[in-house]
Design a protein around this ligand. Structure first.
Ligand code: ME8
Length: 643
């Protein structure tokens, strides 16, 4: 029987635009969904928006529109964001959907009929400004945190859910199922809550205080408390109470949330499900918080990081890779654009991008761009390389089901790094000079191609676009991603003679652009002049120098890069037209450059500066403040090589 897998994200409040926190949880769920598909599970992936309650009414009032117009607008922003982050959700639920309203009322009635909902008076501290009750713990200096005013004691009649009745059942269940709530620190937190007496949960609000909610089916003077309404989305989306989908996926449901909503998911929800006569969920996966410059993300401090500001500049897969590699699931993590740039340039451009482009370039050069057969039998170094790949497959299969994203990525990158070292050690360019070494060269290149293929499959849940690009260029037919990971991890399944293609760099190098609008920017230290006594670089062989392709060019077009003080975008004729981004705007006006003869490094790996690709570098000499462009004594034909 095919295994099943059902993953959910929280349904986000529509009182704020999607930010990096929402994006992280949703990307995590996406990786889990894609991974389970890859290993052959039938999956279902749910996300959506939470649209009732006083927070939403307040946000709508601030925006000057009625709640319905407001929720439609913000919910639409979430819905439109997810395809841009390549999120593979099957369904997008809204708590204002009529079928959700029906299911909430059905469950309320069921629990009411079984005697677990009762009517009672509630006495508490009420803020007139907020129109709501506060608990002692929420107060700041005994006052309302928003209005800075003392609260009044007020009595209100409401409906209550007998949560306390399920306290000992829940404790025992968590004790007996150690990974019900994971990682362990959050399980311990919930157990600590449960060691204190658990109060019943107030699940209604009088209509005169809040009308934007789902009416109680047994008393229309009240609407449903927003958490009781919201949590039920997880069953509505499966067509509860009828339907095959519910029977199929409910037993394997996994919720993914951050630590802020641990209590509703770790305590309210399991007890509500139990009272409704449903089995508990399988896992509650809880992650930490993204902080910005070690502080809380905050709208008023302008530190909200929005994924859609970063993705166009740095690339989608780079962003996905960064958040999954950087955060240890369960712990807090700090976001900084410097760290993002650093990871892109080292892990993606230098390690993976470089390995892939070297492998394909050598296949083109030595085997006419076709997958060679395995030649000589594997030697020790080959066997070590293969063992490393097997280890990466093993660790990915072991770590992903328990949300060890960073560990799986470390294992995959160990493989990438070993392959880069393998190339440096073996030196295929030397083997290529000796016809007697053809068998060895075939094995080396074939190993490298196979390794790149397995790496592409392993990274596919994390970076689906990159994986697809890699597999396309390796000539692997399309359905490859649907092959089970365990089978596809097999060595040697590329087909001999298949043409490969090189394509553009997977990850051009990037520079920091301060695209995370919210992130406070650090003062940049002034560029240091190199101390005069600094040792000159080591001598290099002439062969190495010859690898630098220097060409004479003529600037055809020059313009400032918007929002940059330093950069100009140039179009340079070097026998062909090249776009080059040069850091010369402070010393050269664009209009003075057109028609100038320059020298260009033509075979640099492409880089992205302020989101613009640069395919080369214009040479210049700095002398104090002045920057002189290198040129020729007399005009020469564009494209002539400098030697
Ligand atoms: O709580 N770091 O919605 P919400 C990491 N509607 N993740 C973060 C984050 C951060 N700094 N900030 C937010 C609600 N998140 C309810 C949920 S579910 C039945 C109802 C993510 O819009 C994280 O997933 O406040 C967190 O749990 C969620 O957004 C809270 O979203």
């Amino acid at each position: 029987m095919t295994s099943r897998y059902y993953i959910t994200t929280p349904i986000y409040y529509v009182n704020a635009e999607p930010h990096i926190g929402h994006a992280y949880t949703t990307i995590v769920a996406d990786v889990m969904n894609r991974f389970h598909k890859l290993i052959g599970c039938k999956t279902y992936f749910l996300t959506g928006t939470d649209e009732h309650g006083d927070k939403i009414v307040q946000a709508a009032q601030e925006a000057g529109v009625d709640p319905k117009t407001y929720v439609d607008r913000i919910s639409g922003m979430f819905r439109d964001t997810w395809p841009k982050l390549n999120i593979s959700n099957d369904y997008f639920i809204r708590t204002t959907d009529p079928d959700h309203i029906r299911v909430v009322q059905y469950i309320l009635q069921k629990v009411y009929d079984s005697g677990d909902i009762y009517f009672s008076k509630y006495k508490g501290l009420y803020c007139v400004g907020c129109e709501r009750f506060y608990t002692e713990r929420e107060l700041v200096d005994g006052k309302c945190p928003d209005h800075d005013k003392p609260l009044v004691e007020r009595e209100e009649a409401n409906y209550f859910f007998r949560m306390s009745k399920y306290q000992s059942w829940l404790m025992e269940y968590i004790e007996a199922n150690p990974d019900f709530i994971r990682p362990e620190r959050y399980r311990n937190e919930v157990l600590a809550f449960l060691r204190e007496p658990l109060e019943d949960l107030c699940i209604s609000r009088p209509v005169e205080r809040l009308s934007w909610g789902i009416p109680l089916p047994f008393d229309d003077r009240y609407v449903t408390y927003v958490w009781f309404d919201a949590l039920i989305n997880y069953v509505t989306a499966l067509g509860y109470p009828d339907g095959a989908k519910f029977d199929e996926f409910w037993p394997v449901v996994e919720h993914t949330i951050a630590k802020d909503i641990l209590k509703p998911h770790g305590i309210y929800w399991p007890t509500i499900i139990k009272a409704a006569g449903l089995p508990p969920y399988r896992h509650l996966n809880v992650h930490g918080y993204w902080k910005i410059n070690e502080g809380k993300m905050s709208k008023s401090h302008g530190t909200v990081v929005r994924p859609l500001d970063l993705v166009p500049v740095y690339g989608l897969d780079a962003f996905r890779y960064f958040v999954l590699r950087e955060m240890v699931f369960g712990l807090d993590s700090n976001f900084s654009e410097d760290a993002l740039v650093q990871r892109i340039n080292s892990d993606l451009a230098n390690d993976l991008g470089n390995l892939f482009s070297r492998t394909l370039a050598m296949t083109l050069k030595y085997f006419d761009g076709k997958v060679p057969p395995f030649g000589d039998p594997p030697d020790e170094m080959d066997r070590e390389l293969i063992a490393q790949v097997e280890e990466a497959v093993r660790q990915t299969l072991e770590e992903l089901p328990r949300l060890g994203f960073h560990k799986a990525l470390i294992a995959i990158w160990e493989c990438v790094n070993r392959a880069n070292k393998y190339i440096d050690h073996v030196g295929p360019w030397t083997l290529a000079k000796d016809p007697a070494q053809l068998g060895h060269l075939q094995t080396v290149i074939r190993n490298l191609l196979e390794l790149n293929r397995v790496v592409a499959v392993l990274i596919s849940p994390f970076m689906p676009e990159t994986a697809e690009k890699m597999l396309d260029r390796l000539g692997v037919p399309k359905p490859a991603l649907e092959i089970r990971l365990s089978e596809d991890g097999r060595w040697g399944s590329l087909r001999e003679g298949t043409p490969v293609s090189k394509g553009e760099a997977l990850f051009p190098r990037v520079e920091k652009t301060d695209a995370a609008a919210g992130a406070p920017q650090k003062e940049k230290a002034p560029a240091k002049e190199k101390p005069a006594e600094e040792a000159p670089p080591e001598p290099i062989p002439f062969e190495l120098f010859k690898q630098v392709d220097l060409r004479a060019g003529i600037v055809k077009h020059a313009e400032r890069v918007p929002k940059s003080k330093k950069l100009l975008r140039l179009l340079v004729d070097i026998g062909e037209e090249r776009q080059v981004v040069a850091g010369i705007a402070q010393t050269h006006a664009p209009e003075d450059l057109v028609g100038k003869q320059v020298i260009v490094v033509a075979n640099l790996q492409p880089a992205k500066l302020m989101g613009i690709e640069s395919h080369g570098m214009v040479l210049a000499v700095r002398d104090g403040e002045a920057l002189q462009l290198l040129t020729t004594q007399k005009p020469v034909t564009p494209g002539r090589r400098v030697s």
